[in-house]
Write a protein that binds this ligand. Structure first.
Ligand code: FAD
Length: 455
């Protein structure tokens, strides 16, 4: 799913001293990577390596959900609008061959044989950065290869670290770049005391499950498999119920504030396990009712977690404290989202036509609360808590005056020579959207900074 978040996220980065990272600054870098097949407007790029499009096959359930949204007063939007608010048939990173486009397929594979300065080492685990502690300068990496041999690579110019929100923070700390009070007790010599691993952000949600009086056995058929294998079309060429998404403003957000709730839909498959209480042993894929989830996700959470080093051994995983829902306001946002989801399912003609019924007792621990009350929704949020795979922030970007910043405005690690970080760990705050497009934007910016530095 491709989206970029509200312009105010980036303008907020700018307000916090990240000069050159406001929305108008980053927009050209979003467009640079994008080859949008549906929109040809000033907000979109049409010549980049990442093909972006809506699914070519729109499922009937998607149309139903869009109709239901309209009944509640929501408009259909472009998810990459600078101020997205409403429902959308989500755009995907998908090629004309109707297969998923990833950063390796778009940026790396086409150049593997043609670029003499590009070599990819697979099955290799980086264990630390090589650091000249006296000069506070990074000059390479150490890694263990697929044959379990420890190897070193030295850099003539600089190392670009892009191991992600957990991996980049972990590697910096293993290399002595991180909170001194955590590194010293583990025997890691401190090269630079920085707040690496702090500011861990994640989009967290909950879910409302409902059943429809329709069957959906298409996905499980040989016809569907044949259609996809031969023509790359049919139900398997797309993302199922995930075709629909929405950006919404809860009652916790001010009237002019960006969306703080994103809705996802999933399921819409015959689910015998789930339908057993209703259908008993009669349940069979062809006749089982379709079961779906609406998942409201808090995309502007206040709660923050952290990553700390557990050991100086690079193969010992770091300690991750997600600290989800520490702020009660984060729970309230999701309560609003669940109420909205319940309205969508039970109060719209579009979904009622399909006999939509909400599962009113999905979690045993919440059965002491009456369905639909605030305590019930709060309980559901705390027991059905789901991370959305949208992590950010552990190597936060910020100016030198920001004591919590790890990298500067050109993504160089503060007060250490020879290393930049280029991934979603540098986001000062997580954009209120699916994060792959912002991560690619950061990579495009990093490429720009590197070229400017060395050419
Ligand atoms: C199941 C799933 C579905 C998702 N769907 C979407 C979606 O539809 N839309 C969207 O916008 N986002 C989606 N995301 C989120 C998106 O994939 C991430 O936000 C994005 O990939 C983050 O990019 P990154 O470059 O920061 O890190 P990553 O993509 O995680 O890249 C880090 C890389 O570094 C490697 N690495 C880490 N440590 C080491 C080490 N020590 N040595 C060697 N290599 C190392 C990792 O293996 C990984 O390949 C999804 C995520 C998941 C897990």
């Amino acid at each position: 799913m491709y989206s970029r978040g509200h312009r105010d996220v980036y303008d907020g980065w700018l307000r916090d001293g990240n000069v050159g990272w406001g929305y108008d600054d980053v927009l050209p870098f979003f467009k640079m990577s994008e080859n949008n097949k549906d929109y040809h407007t000033k907000h979109h790029g049409n010549r980049g390596p990442i093909s972006v499009r809506k699914p070519t096959e729109i499922l009937p359930i998607t149309r139903t959900l869009m109709e239901a949204a309209q009944e509640l007063g929501y408009e259909e939007i472009d998810m990459s609008d600078p101020e997205p608010m409403g429902f959308s048939i989500a755009q995907l990173m998908m090629s004309s061959a109707k297969t998923r486009v990833t950063t390796p397929t778009a940026y790396l594979r086409p150049h593997l044989r043609t670029r003499s300065n590009l070599r990819v080492r697979i099955n290799s685990h980086v264990t630390r950065l090589l650091v000249d502690a006296d000069r506070r300068s990074v000059y390479g990496v150490e890694y263990v290869d697929g044959s379990n041999r420890t190897r070193r690579l030295t850099a003539r110019k600089e190392v670009i670290l892009c191991a992600g929100v957990i991996g980049s923070a972990h590697l910096l700390m293993l290399s002595g770049i991180g909170p001194a009070e955590d590194l010293r007790p583990l025997g890691v010599p401190v090269v630079q005391d920085l707040r690496v691993g702090h500011n861990l952000q994640h989009h967290v949600g909950s879910k409302l499950t409902f059943q429809l009086n329709v069957t959906n056995d298409q996905l499980l058929s040989f016809d569907a498999i044949g259609q996809y294998m031969k023509h790359r079309s049919g139900p398997l060429s797309t993302t199922g119920a995930l075709q629909t998404s929405a950006f919404l403003r809860s009652d916790r957000a001010g009237p002019a504030e960006p969306a703080d709730v994103q809705l996802f839909f999933d399921g819409y498959s015959p689910n015998c396990d789930y339908a057993q209480p209703w259908y008993g042993s009669q349940c069979a894929a062809a006749t089982a009712p379709a079961v779906m989830n609406v998942r409201p996700v808090n995309i502007r959470p206040l709660s923050q977690g952290s990553i700390r080093l557990a050991s100086a051994d690079p193969f010992v995983r770091p300690l991750i404290d997600p600290n989800y829902l520490a702020a009660e306001a984060d729970v309230d946002v999701l309560v609003w989202g669940l109420r909205l989801a319940n309205d969508l399912v039970t109060r719209t003609k579009a979904l009622q036509r399909l006999g939509a019924t909400v599962d009113r007792k999905p979690v045993d621990q919440c059965s002491r609360h009456a369905f639909g009350t605030d305590p019930y929704w709060k309980c559901l949020v705390r027991y059905h808590t789901q991370g959305e795979n949208h992590h950010a922030g552990t190597c936060k970007m910020g100016p030198a005056s920001d004591p919590t910043a790890v990298v500067d405005l050109e993504l160089r690690v503060h007060r250490v020579q020879g290393v930049r970080v280029a991934d979603s760990s540098v986001f000062p705050t997580q954009p209120n959207c699916n994060p792959i497009a912002p991560a690619i934007m950061v990579a495009e910016r990093a490429a720009h900074f590197i070229k400017n530095t060395w050419h």
